[in-house]
Design a protein around this ligand. Sequence first.
Ligand code: TYD
Length: 219
Amino acid sequence: MAGTFITFEGIDGSGKSTHLRLLADFLRSGGLDVVLTREPGGTPVGNRLRAALLDASEEVDPLTELLVFAADRAQHVRRVLRPAIEEGRVIISDRYADATVAYQGAGRGFSAELISEIIALATEGLRPELTLLFNLSVAESNTRTRRRTNGQQAGDRLDAETAEFHTRVRDAYLRLAETEPDRIKVIETNRSVEETQECVRKVIVPFLIGRGHIRNANC
Ligand code: TYD
């Protein structure tokens, strides 16, 4: 059976990581073998790149940032994603190439041409079959991030960017979803975790049944 590659995207504080864990527990409790991974940091070298990229005390030039996210992705694609897909497994990644379009493209202002060339180089054309985009207003995401950090300024270097930056990122994600409605499904997260998770399962379970990974909806 062909493997299936799914990604979760969204602005910081949108809840994607929580929903990824809840979904993985649910699928695993039904006996499905899911590979959970993330960008940046889906490999040992990627974890070291992640630490450098997100360190709030580092001054990382935007071009360096773009290239290091791409380096992390190249390693991830070659060492984790491709092998897992060849083994026919279900892979869910917390972020992938859409994050570069949103953060480095719209956020930092690199041209669409450069962004797509760099993504093509790093991914060798590997694209997710399905992407869940967790949507939330920038104001609400700020409130959540501050709650998480006990009212302090948000944790990592990108979290600490301005509201304008996060608004550009959010708008770019929503534009991507409009351009690719078959691949990208928008999940609204301005409600309880349980309600949002139910919505996540309503999208994922039929999709995995359609791909032959789940035999019935009781999984
Ligand atoms: P993430 O692990 O989702 O952050 P958190 O643990 O705070 O939820 O992502 C780390 C940061 O990296 C996030 O601010 C988005 C950023 N990022 C990019 O700017 N470009 C990229 O290509 C990727 C994959 C992530």
